[in-house]
Every structure is written in C-alpha cells, then in structure tokens.
Design a protein around this ligand. Structure first.
Ligand SMILES: [Fe+2]
Length: 242
C-alpha cells in the first residue's frame, strides 16, 4: 500500500499535499521550494473497487468533488501567503500557529480535509476485510481484549461522534505506546495532539449518506469488509516507511 500515488500532471511546480516521504508523521520535513501547488492524487483503485460497501457513485463524488474541493480551497488560501507554498498540508495542519490568522481557518479546514482524505483512501482495498495478524493483532488483544472488542469500540466511537468528523485508531507515540481509539471533529487529525494514526474512517455524512442514508452505524459495521489490514499492520510495524 502506498500512502501517495502522486501522478501529477501539473509539472514540476505541483506536489502532493501529503508528506513527500509518504509517511503520515508530524515531524519536520524537507521541502522543495519549487513545489508550490497541492494536487489531488488519483485513488489507488478504480471507482468500483470497494463495491458494494462503497459504491462507485459515492466514491467518485467523495474523491473527485469533496476531496478535490479541499485541495482547491487550500491552494486558493495559500495564494495570499506564498511563503507557505513550500509547506506540505501535513505541516500546515500541525503548525497552524505559524499560519497567518487571515488564512488560518481556511488552511485548518482544507489542509485537514486533504491530509485526512489522502490517508483514508489508503485504508481500503478491493481485497480488504478479514482481520489483522501478527504484532498488530497482538496489540489489539492487549489493549482492547481482541479484534472483536476493538471493532465494537471503534464503531461505538464513530457512532457517538456528534456532527462531522473522523474515527481513528492511533498509537500514543510513533513507534511505541498503547493503542487508542479517538475521534476528531471537522478535519482535525490526531497528529495535532501528538498521536500517530494507524487507521481512520470518515464519518462525515458525505462518506455514507447516499447509500446508508442516516444509518451511520450500518456504514461503520459494513466498512470492515474493505479495510486493508496489511497496510495498517505495516504502519504499525514500520512507522514512517509506509
Ligand atoms: Fe470525506
């Protein structure tokens, strides 16, 4: 699983908003000042790959309209602050205190939307489902009492989240610490609080409403059938490299 599928057609001045190293981490990073635009990477699968859990229409709208709009609005906001062109969306999200107040809210919302969706697409696969194995399975056993209790707690957290947001499995530290389920409102990311994300589900209504209507719980339950556990396990075992 790749974090980034950066098939940019915008030339050398374009780049992914995600960390160039492809790892979702909050640390400092090298930046290339020649890269000035955030771009929307294509999905790592075709639009029908996640059916029937997420149908083609819903996935296409989610990626091509919702995610694309965050990228576009992020670029629009940054036009007022070219000094920030060299920063990735991830850096911007985790360093909002260094973003001028005039564009801070727009950057917060749209960099968050870009980072979170870029990560979310990597959580799923045509061949997803099943259950984790190895060290990740052992950690879920230790911290939640097993895979089934973990799933139940994750679903409950996602269902209980009021309004739009995300439900996450995180590690307390990048390469150590207990596993924890948390939710974030809007497009906030656990990295903003120092946690290391391993897994995320999007519980904004735009992620599920066209198929599941108001039944968020049904969506959360169905979603397990497309989760790409091999990728999650790699992030758990080799942080920053996947
Ligand atoms: Fe979304």
């Amino acid at each position: 699983m790749e974090m980034n599928r950066n098939v940019s057609n915008a030339g050398p001045k374009a780049r992914m908003g995600q960390n160039q190293s492809s790892a979702l981490t909050a640390g400092e990073e090298k930046v290339d000042p020649n890269y000035i635009l955030h771009t929307l990477a294509p999905l790592p699968y075709d639009y029908s790959a996640l059916e029937p859990t997420i149908d083609s229409h819903m996935l296409k709208l989610h990626h091509d309209k919702h995610h694309a709009a965050y990228v576009e609005k992020l670029n629009t906001a940054l036009q007022k602050q070219p000094a920030l062109y060299a920063r990735t969306a991830q850096w911007l999200l985790c360093n909002l205190n260094q973003v001028p107040q005039a564009i801070r809210e727009a950057v917060h919302h749209n960099a968050g939307g870009h980072v979170n969706h870029s990560f979310f697409w990597q959580m799923m696969s045509r061949n997803g489902g099943g259950s984790p194995t190895g060290a990740l399975a052992e950690a879920l056993q230790q911290d939640f009492g097993g895979f089934e209790p973990f799933k139940a707690a994750f679903e409950a957290a996602g269902e209980a989240l009021f309004g739009s947001g995300w439900v996450w499995l995180v590690r307390e530290q990048e390469s150590a610490g207990r596993l924890k389920i948390m939710t974030t409102a809007g497009h906030d990311n656990p990295m903003m609080q120092g946690f290391y994300p391993l897994l995320v589900n999007d519980v904004w209504e735009h992620a599920y409403y066209l198929k599941y209507e108001n039944r968020r719980a049904d969506y959360l339950q169905a979603w397990w059938s497309i989760v790409y556990w091999d990728g999650v396990a790699k992030r758990f075992e080799h942080p920053q490299t996947v």
